[in-house]
Design a protein around this ligand. Structure first.
Ligand code: NAD
Length: 338
């Protein structure tokens, strides 16, 4: 019996990338038992709710979800289904690696990991309009929430991640020079946690805007980066751009009792159903899942096969300048498995 996982193929290109990842995992010898569930538009059509209780129950049971992109139906009562799942399971650490695999990246040999706080910051959505002189939307206000608890557990996660993988440095990116309370607290807590790892993992802190510039000019000076929610959202897309774009960006969302793995990209409605989506980001997300469930050797076999296909060239998806269909590319990866 393989490890039970919850599989949510998702909306738009989701079923296409999920199919590709399942075929690759099966061929690579992954030992998993997918329990297929729905969410998003697909669930609204079939179950009349975008987030069925059965889907949540399945994740509670398996503790691991591999999830395709979800479209949040307008008027469903959810701000975002993705955020609702992250909240339900308190998936506080969002791990976004950027690894050079394919041609078309700006640099070679990039191997960065951004660890983004996933539950606090401006994205808690505490915001409202303020009416003035007959204009109901004369102003708008949003609250950034940072707690000592939240800052400490994410920075600690970043250090433990670096330590357990032999990585050398953690960079904490912030805006404490302007946001003295919220970002100041995040930085202070970060410095306290860093002291516990002195001599094991190096630490530096940098202003977020300068970090963005340095990531573009000389990304190799970084290793593991940790920051609050919105900064992480923005910089992880920047990092995806360094290694070939959204088709190459995987993510893990980790909590104490559950973990969810997904590509960073959305449902790509403009290319859904055309058989041309690049499945690499989702396959790499599946690899992060395999690492998490103790099947890291299978994950490494898949990453090596992806690299071999990219190095050989010839069979590339269209977002990387090629003309291969999703199926042709998937078959090439399967063919390259050692
Ligand atoms: P998107 O990532 O779906 O697409 C942006 C562009 O990138 C499109 O042109 C698309 O064709 C292209 N693209 C994305 N992934 C690709 C891939 N793997 N291969 C080739 N091309 C790819 O972003 P969007 O258009 O802003 O969002 C579409 C929908 O997805 C929205 O409903 C949004 O809410 C949802 N979304 C979901 C998630 C998630 O489930 N985690 C994340 C982001 C967006």
């Amino acid at each position: 019996m393989g490890k039970a996982i919850t599989l949510i193929p998702g909306d738009g290109v989701g079923p296409e990338v999920a199919d590709a990842a399942l075929k690759v995992m099966e061929s690579a010898g992954a030992s998993i038992e997918p329990d297929t569930q729905t969410a998003g538009i697909a669930a609204l059509d079939q179950r009349k709710t975008p987030l069925p209780e059965e889907t949540l129950d399945s994740i509670r049971r398996t503790g691991v979800a591999l999830k395709g992109p979800l479209t949040t139906p307008v008027g469903s009562g959810f701000r975002s289904i993705n955020v609702a799942i992250r909240r339900e399971f308190d998936l506080y650490a969002n791990i976004r690696p950027a690894l050079s695999l394919a041609p078309g990246g700006r640099y070679e040999d990039i191997d960065l990991v951004l660890i983004r706080e996933n539950t606090e910051g401006l994205y808690v959505g505490v915001e409202h309009f303020i009416g003035l002189e007959g204009d109901p939307r004369a102003a708008a206000e949003s609250v950034m929430i940072v707690t000592r608890f939240g800052a400490e557990r994410i920075v600690r996660y970043a250090f433990e991640y670096a330590k357990s993988r032999g990585r050398k440095k953690v960079t904490l990116a912030h805006k404490a020079n302007i946001l003295k309370c919220t970002q100041g607290l995040f930085l202070d807590v970060g410095r306290e946690v860093a002291e516990e790892y002195e001599g094991v993992v190096d630490f530096e802190d940098r202003i977020i805007d300068a970090t963005a510039m340095h990531l573009v000019v000389n990304p190799h000076q970084f290793d593991v980066l940790v920051m609050e929610n919105m900064f992480g959202d923005i910089l992880s897309d920047l990092m995806a751009g360094l290694v070939g774009g959204m088709g190459m960006a995987p993510a893990a969302n980790i909590g104490k009792d559950a973990a969810m793995f997904e590509a960073v990209h959305g449902s790509a409605p403009d290319i859904a159903g055309q058989g041309v989506v690049n499945p690499t980001a989702f396959i790499l997300s599946a690899c992060l899942m395999l690492d998490h469930i103790g099947q890291g050797e299978v994950a490494e076999r898949i990453r090596t096969a992806l690299l071999a296909v990219f190095e050989k060239g010839g069979v590339l998806p269209s977002d990387l300048g090629g003309s291969a269909s999703t199926q042709e590319f998937t078959q090439a990866v399967i063919g390259a498995l050692a």
